[in-house]
Design a protein around this ligand. Structure first.
Ligand code: GLA
Length: 390
């Protein structure tokens, strides 16, 4: 049976979400967090070659099959000056056939194309920003066949809140004639989560991620308390993935991916897919973890405190996460303070209550049934349990 996105949106809100439907963006895309690629963290150039290579890798590596769809190009794709009619110009050395031709090829592979811009007068790398050109730029994006627009926050032309600038572009996109996923990137300024859902499909909640465990800890712990603002069609964005870039251990890659996934962040691969290891690819392709991220309820997992344990400490990553999913519940356990055996009684998980439940651990595939789950974890590793009433 086909259920329209709007019906699904109503179902999700009724089940879960405090942000009223009437206040959420209704552009018909991004009901679940975006999954795809963005070249910025990889250091690859913002070019047709990079975008097409990523698109082909999505198909050949099986990433498309598990849900990675958006092929996004970040800052530095354009020429330094606008055309005489004021329109944005793709750098001809990076886009010899223009952008529309690349979008057509990407669409031909069953994928979508994303592009980057800025709400100020210049992007963070000094290329033209959209301030004062919003309507014209949104029409250009639509004419090229762009499906996602990441909108940055450098070089503001006005002081004060960024909300009006982001709202202007939302209105321009919605009048552009094309459904374009709107990825807001104001680094969590101006309490963006309080107006994010009515403005865009996702909003960055922090400064830029780096390829270090301390950065993963900082973003994940800072996200605590923001889960209530996310829901179908609008999500907290923890920033692009660093998996495959060499700064994290295999255990840390599992935790990074797992937290981003269960907290319903967009999952944007940020590494050179021509060089990715089998181990990193296996993490990115974990279908159970992805199913939690893409769950039809859109409810982010958040911290809970098991009885007898001390509560979260600001700035530190807490080991215990849980959240409702359409098939039951997810429980995430993170060995944030070093190797540990972590256990949780189901009776301590908000919403679950005492009783016997069946579980599956997503990374090992282990399955069981009982009144608790337990995981013996290496430092910074993560276990993710999908739990159903038995
Ligand atoms: C900002 C954003 C990054 C990236 C760069 C590009 O720092 O937060 O994600 O887009 O700009 O210059």
């Amino acid at each position: 049976m086909y259920l329209s996105p709007i019906i699904l949106l109503f179902a999700g809100i009724a089940n879960s979400n405090p942000v009223e439907l009437s206040k959420r963006i209704k552009n018909g895309v991004g009901l679940t967090p975006a999954m795809g690629f963005n070249n910025w963290n990889s250091g690859l150039p913002s070019s047709a070659t990079t975008a097409l290579a990523a698109a082909k890798a999505f198909v050949s590596l099986g990433l498309k099959d598990v849900g990675y769809i958006y092929v996004n190009t970040d800052d530095t794709w354009s020429s330094k000056s606008r055309a005489s009619d004021g329109s944005l110009v793709p750098d001809p050395s990076k886009w010899p056939n223009g952008i529309a031709a690349v979008a057509t090829q990407i669409h031909g592979m069953g994928l979508k194309m994303g592009l980057y811009g800025d709400s100020g007068t210049a992007t963070c790398a000094g290329y033209p920003g959209s301030y004062g050109h919003e309507t014209q730029d949104a029409k250009t994006l639509a004419s090229w066949g762009i499906d996602l627009w990441k909108y940055d926050n450098c070089s503001p032309a006005t002081s004060g809140s960024s909300q009006p600038r982001y709202t202007t572009m939302r209105n321009a996109l919605s009048s552009s004639g094309r459904a374009i996923y709107y990825a807001m990137c104001n680094w969590g300024q101006d309490s963006v989560w309080t107006w994010g859902a009515e403005t865009g499909n996702s909003w960055r909640i922090s400064g830029d991620v780096t390829d270090t465990w301390s950065s993963i800890v900082s973003i994940a712990s800072g996200a605590q308390g923001l889960a209530q603002y996310a829901g179908l069609g609008g999500f907290n964005d923890f920033d692009m993935l660093e998996i495959g870039n060499g700064g994290l251990t295999a255990a840390e890659e599992r935790a990074h991916f797992g937290i981003w996934a269960i907290a319903k962040s967009p999952l944007l691969i940020g590494t050179d897919l021509s060089k990715i290891s089998q181990a990193s690819l296996t993490v990115l392709k974990n279908k159970d973890v992805i199913s939690i991220n893409q769950d039809s309820l859109g409810i982010p997992a958040k911290y809970f405190t098991p009885s007898g344990k001390s509560g979260p400490v600001s700035g530190q990553l807490y080991p215990y996460w849980s959240g409702k999913i359409s098939t039951g519940y997810v429980i995430g356990l993170v060995a944030s303070n070093g190797a540990a055996t972590l256990s949780v009684n189901f009776s301590d998980v908000p919403g679950l209550g005492a009783g016997t439940y069946s579980w599956k651990e997503c990374y090992t595939g282990a399955m069981g049934k009982g009144t608790y789950v337990s995981a013996n974890l290496a430092a910074h590793d993560m276990a993710i349990f999908k739990v159903v009433k038995s």
